[in-house]
Design a binder for this molecule. Structure first.
Ligand code: GLU
Length: 378
């Protein structure tokens, strides 16, 4: 059998916590003691230099009782109203729980567009990475109050997987009320067998998921399998584990039963493949020899090194980077629209506000958004 990874081998982990874990069904109250134990686990990881981001559900479950909404399915506006109320309590509880360990929480509410539209995606990514760099723990949820049915995830499993690939996490942990994937939904099938590892999500694996979800959470095993596919595409392994126990991360490290979904990719290789291979370039930036040398050393592309701009690209679009001889040396995501890029080319980054009238990014292409030599030679 494949050697399974250990928790301690990961550098950037996204932890998804479902409503059923965080909210007490009977009293519709937040389970503070459990949250405190998870915060303790997170602090332990942070103490070892691991970056942690939380995707937390629970806004709707918390808000619905406060508003006196009856049990059962909510109408869209009702869940939006419930989320508006519950999100305040949810974020405050996370901030308090983390603060006991000297950790700062930063709330990020995203919509489907924020993760699917490249331009907005880059903004959300930059904010989250900055929070991590500043040692904060980002706590993410869907912005349910404004997300209508056609434009929302609705479940935090897939949202968490998108966030994981967006920020280049190497592990996504889905804490659930079940300890992993079974050959069939175990509640209805006493013979269902637990799978400790899934090397690849095949149609057979998908068929095992069934559709069941618990009363408080929206996603069942189906959305978790979808999440596994998204995470794998982004170069992150994924883990489904039972979250109900106190100190659930410690429990995984101690060998609690769970299901690993593995990927052969890494966040870096997945991002390279995405930028270098699957995006259609919309323009070209020609750079001088000094810039070529700097880029080869792993630096970002600054406007000063750009000598010519062509094409009609928008911020976030893929562009070709060509050397002084016009030959492609790489591809990257432009931090400026073509018109603005043309206005700041050859200029120092400090002049950008004066030229454009707004404070843009210092780099024309950030080094994380740049892939050298990955594209086929022209
Ligand atoms: N965003 C929803 C909430 O916070 C939860 C979605 C889910 O259960 O996955 O209530």
């Amino acid at each position: 059998m494949t050697d399974l990874p250990t928790l301690s081998s990961f550098r950037r982990i996204v932890i998804k916590v479902g409503s059923a874990l965080l909210v007490d069904r009977e009293r519709s109250r937040l389970k503070h003691a459990w949250l405190a134990s998870l915060a303790e686990d997170i602090a332990e990881l942070r103490g070892r230099g691991v970056e942690v981001l939380v995707v937390s559900s629970g806004a709707i479950a918390l808000g619905r009782t406060v508003l006196g909404l009856a049990a059962g399915d909510l109408k869209l506006e009702e869940s939006q109203a419930a989320a508006a109320v519950g999100q305040i309590a949810l974020a405050r509880s996370w901030a308090e729980a983390l603060s006991h360990h000297g950790l700062t929480a930063g709330q990020i509410l995203v919509t489907l567009d924020d993760t699917e539209q490249r331009r907005r995606y880059l903004n959300a990514r930059a904010t989250i990475l900055k929070l991590l760099e500043l040692n904060a723990v980002p706590v993410v949820n869907e912005n349910d109050t404004v997300a209508t049915s056609e434009i929302r995830y609705g479940d935090n499993d897939r949202l968490a997987a998108r966030v994981a690939s967006m920020i280049g996490a190497d592990l996504l942990v889905l804490f659930s009320d079940i300890d992993g994937l079974y050959t069939a939904p175990p509640a209805a099938n006493p013979d269902a067998r637990h799978l400790p590892v899934v090397e690849q999500v095949t149609p057979e694996i998908e068929a095992m998921a069934g559709g069941a979800a618990s009363e408080l959470s929206r996603g069942g095993m189906k959305t978790k399998i979808e999440a596994a596919k998204i995470a794998a595409g982004g170069g992150a392994h994924m883990l489904i584990a039972r979250g109900e126990v106190k100190n659930p991360l410690r429990a995984i490290a101690a060998g609690a039963r769970c299901t690993w979904f593995l990927t052969p990719a890494t966040p870096a290789s997945a991002r390279k493949a995405w930028i270098g291979g699957s995006l259609e370039p919309r323009g070209t930036l020609v750079v001088d020899q000094g810039a070529v040398t700097a880029l080869r050393k792993g630096k970002s592309l600054l406007p000063a090194g750009v000598t010519a701009v062509s094409g009609a690209f928008r911020r976030g679009d893929a562009v070709i980077v060509a050397g002084p001889d016009g030959r492609e040396i790489g591809r990257g995501l432009a931090a400026y629209d073509a018109e603005d890029a043309a206005r700041i080319k050859g200029r120092s980054s400090g002049d950008i506000p004066a030229i454009l009238g707004f404070e843009g990014r210092a780099a024309m292409i950030h080094r994380d958004d740049l892939v050298l030599g990955a594209a086929p030679k022209a």
